[in-house]
Design a protein around this ligand. Structure first.
Ligand SMILES: Nc1ncnc2c1ncn2[C@@H]1O[C@H](COP(=O)(O)OP(=O)(O)OP(=O)(O)O)[C@@H](O)[C@H]1O
Ligand SMILES: [Mg+2]
Length: 248
């Protein structure tokens, strides 16, 4: 995905100021920065979730595979399948584990038969590292799983519609360290197959899972580069202050 001069306003208030970034499929990209700097706001522009916020207005250009995602011809439902999102709080549907994963492929017509759909559900749950834990209880409610399992179910749900990009907004902040480690392993395994963007407040996590890091501050993208560079040799004083814990 390519963003050029993207600004976001909530009413008169500008929350994001002219952000330009290239997000590639080969890498996991981490968005870091203090609370309120615009990370979630920017993430939401990438699959037009801001459309659902009444007073939000987006300026600038965002392309997915060369296609302007804000053009009038863009099918937003289709876009949100191509650019999936995983939230801070796991939000499975109050339906069975099977239905949580099958729902998207069914409404997008990705399965020709029940057998096809079963196959997609199994493969998505396998990719999300959840299959072994749930294969004998697919009819049970998704909400009955543990928090970490629910988050992997949400990742399986995103994967099931064959996305190009997966956006994760603090996906581990409600999870214990073991569940967090599982999600981090999963992100490593999914790298390369999908472009992955993860928002995190955990510097160690950013260093562990990402190859590229973007540091945001007060609505600006201050610095964007290789994660190892950002953490060992930041160019901007503000980045250095943040990663050394001086503020935020
Ligand atoms: N729906 C909204 N209406 C009005 N202002 C908003 C809305 N959502 C976010 N903002 C404002 O936009 C700015 C950026 O918020 P955003 O949620 O993107 O920050 P963030 O970097 O994700 O923070 P955090 O790390 O706390 O999640 C903040 O000043 C916030 O108050
Ligand atoms: Mg946020």
């Amino acid at each position: 995905m390519i963003a050029r001069d993207v600004s976001v306003y909530y009413g008169d208030k500008r929350a994001l100021d002219s952000v330009s970034i290239d997000i590639t499929q080969e890498n996991v990209t981490a968005f870091i920065g203090p609370s309120g700097c615009g990370k979630s706001t920017f993430l939401r522009t990438l699959n037009r979730m801001n459309d659902t916020i009444a007073n939000a207005r987006v300026e600038g250009k965002i392309e997915l595979d060369g296609e302007d995602i804000y053009s009038s011809g863009m099918d937003v439902v289709q876009l949100r399948a191509r650019v999936g999102m995983v939230f801070q709080k796991p939000n499975p549907f109050p339906k069975s584990i099977y239905e949580n994963v099958a729902y998207g492929p069914r409404i997008h017509g990705l399965a020709g038969s029940k057998g096809d759909l079963d196959g997609i559900v199994e493969q998505s749950l396998k990719r999300a590292g959840l299959w072994e834990e749930v294969k004998d209880r697919l009819d049970e409610s998704g909400t009955a799983l543990s928090g970490g399992q629910q988050q992997r179910l949400c990742i399986a749900r995103a994967i099931a519609v064959d996305p190009e990009v997966i956006l994760m907004d603090e996906p581990c902040s409600a999870l214990d360290p073991i569940a967090t480690a599982k999600i981090e392993d999963l992100i490593n395994e999914l790298r390369g197959r999908y472009a992955i963007v993860i928002v995190t407040h955990n510097m160690q996590q950013a260093a562990r899972v990402s190859q590229r890091t973007a540091f945001f501050h007060l609505g600006n993208l201050v610095e964007y580069g290789d994660t190892s560079e950002i953490f060992t040799n930041p160019r901007a004083e503000r980045t250095k202050d943040y990663i050394t814990g001086r503020y935020g």
